[in-house]
Design a protein around this ligand. Sequence first.
Ligand SMILES: Nc1ncnc2c1ncn2[C@@H]1O[C@H](COP(=O)(O)OP(=O)(O)OP(=O)(O)O)[C@@H](O)[C@H]1O
Ligand SMILES: [Mg+2]
Length: 275
Amino acid sequence: MERHATVTRPAKLSVSGVGKTFRTRGNLLVVLEDIKFEVMAGEFFVIVGASGCGKTTFLRIVQGLDRPTTGTIELDGRALHGSGQDRGFVFQNDSLFPWRTVLRNVTFGPELRDTPRKEAERNARDIIALVGLSGFENHYPHELSGGMRQRVNLARAFAVNPDILLMDEPFAALDALTREQMQQELVRIVAETGKTVIFVTHQIDEAVLLADRIAVLSARPGRIVRIVDVDLARPRTLDLKRTPQFHAIVEEVWNLIAQTHGLGNEEAKAHGIAP
Ligand SMILES: Nc1ncnc2c1ncn2[C@@H]1O[C@H](COP(=O)(O)OP(=O)(O)OP(=O)(O)O)[C@@H](O)[C@H]1O
Ligand SMILES: [Mg+2]
């Protein structure tokens, strides 16, 4: 018999009424206002918005590096307290230890958790293979290209087996070709591991290629203007970027950003947003 019951998946991450106000030298700066959304398990959720609208601040709050002024965040139905290895963070700039090899960079997190060295190394080798760096385990960061270093960052975030990956413009520093290669790799890795991801980018085509949904933030104070569904089939490949469906969504997101910021193309570029 055919079943028509809709399956409701529980939210992995629930964000409700999150606001952030910084107080600096007696001045108040409202950075985020009333952010609310839910991210489902296994979902790839992307946040876009102009420079300074509070994207990094938001990820830092989810990571537990900073506290919201208002609102709450729940992970699997439990309020977040502080940072934890249930969340992995990939920063814009690589944050590798220059004095540690690739392998030892990747085992660093698990070592902090007292994972036995043998086990940490075995897992690390698997993850290094997953990000396509087998054979470079004993290299030092300075012996790698920018793209390879970003792969190590990714491996490091995966090594603690987080439930949710927080990625803050992880490919921004890469050249266009490497960036596309990394986008493709990330699509593959996320499909293989089924991770839940929150990903911040300035690049709208990157957002559309990767996302299940895209939250468009207004200029500071960052508020959610709209959450756009990216209804494109998976697996996604770079060819998708040449289809009309892809361009239609890029246009939609682009228009939302331009409207909310009252920007023309040149101004938007000055804000670091590329269509
Ligand atoms: N610790 C802090 N104290 C005071 N102000 C801060 C602090 N951290 C961030 N801000 C301010 O909050 C605003 C948002 O910063 P944030 O780094 O979140 O922006 P962003 O959206 O990530 O920008 P970008 O796209 O340039 O990375 C900025 O105006 C910044 O100056
Ligand atoms: Mg930022």
